[in-house]
Design a protein around this ligand. Structure first.
Ligand SMILES: [Zn+2]
Length: 212
């Protein structure tokens, strides 16, 4: 079933699960308000939904999803910063304990960025401007391993993009303040959807390490 009815069936299952069989969870979430301990920045890609990948329940994660799981740098320009607004709410209102940036393999947003840097054209009005924020990821990947190309350059750029977004997180004053106060930890993860493997960035060893 691929039509809209499949979504409505999904909602019926959700309603049965959380409003008929086990209604306490939502009653509590409404009575006490949401109190997620995790904010997640993930890609909009249909294969990497963090609630599915991480098997979370309603109320567990405050999720921001955008093209390429990108955290833009802090900017005070009065423009429309959806990701920054979500992060501000997560940190200053919800006081989450963790922010996790989850990049992934075979990311179309990173592929668009790499293609544009190599002289290709990107269709549309918005994607290239957005993914240009990650162009340094490809440059860093090439600086670390000159001669990288094709799939290897793509994968290296994806991992570097996670690191770049982590660095951009620290340009937000409220993030810096919460980290300095010991109330917030930042994490960079890379989801390899080819092999079903999750890697996490270890700032001490400066490598991505495979989670078991
Ligand atoms: Zn993606």
């Amino acid at each position: 079933m691929t039509g809209i009815e499949s979504l409505l069936n999904g909602f019926r299952n959700f309603r049965e699960m959380y409003f008929e069989k086990a209604p306490d969870l939502y009653k509590d979430l409404l009575r006490q308000g949401q109190n997620p301990r995790f904010a997640v920045v993930a890609c909009s890609d249909s294969r990497v939904d963090p609630a599915i990948v991480l098997q979370t329940k309603p109320g567990d994660i405050f999720a921001v999803r955008n093209v390429a799981a990108l955290v833009p740098p802090y900017e005070e320009d009065g423009q429309y910063h959806g990701t920054s607004a979500a992060l501000e709410f997560a940190v200053t209102e919800l006081s989450v304990d963790h922010i996790i940036v989850i990049g992934h393999a075979h990311c179309g947003g990173i592929a668009a960025m790499v293609r544009k840097q190599e002289g290709g054209t990107i269709n549309g009005k918005f994607i290239a401007a957005w993914t240009d924020l990650l162009r340094e990821a490809r440059e860093r990947a090439l600086a670390a391993e000159p001669g990288l190309a094709g799939d290897a350059l793509q994968a290296a750029s994806e991992r570097q993009s996670v690191r770049l977004s982590l660095e951009n997180l620290t340009t937000f004053p409220f993030v810096r303040a919460a980290v300095a106060a010991g109330g917030l930890s930042l994490h960079g993860w890379y989801l390899n959807i080819f092999d079903g493997v999750l890697e996490s960035w270890n700032p001490d060893t400066r490598t991505f390490e495979q989670e078991s």
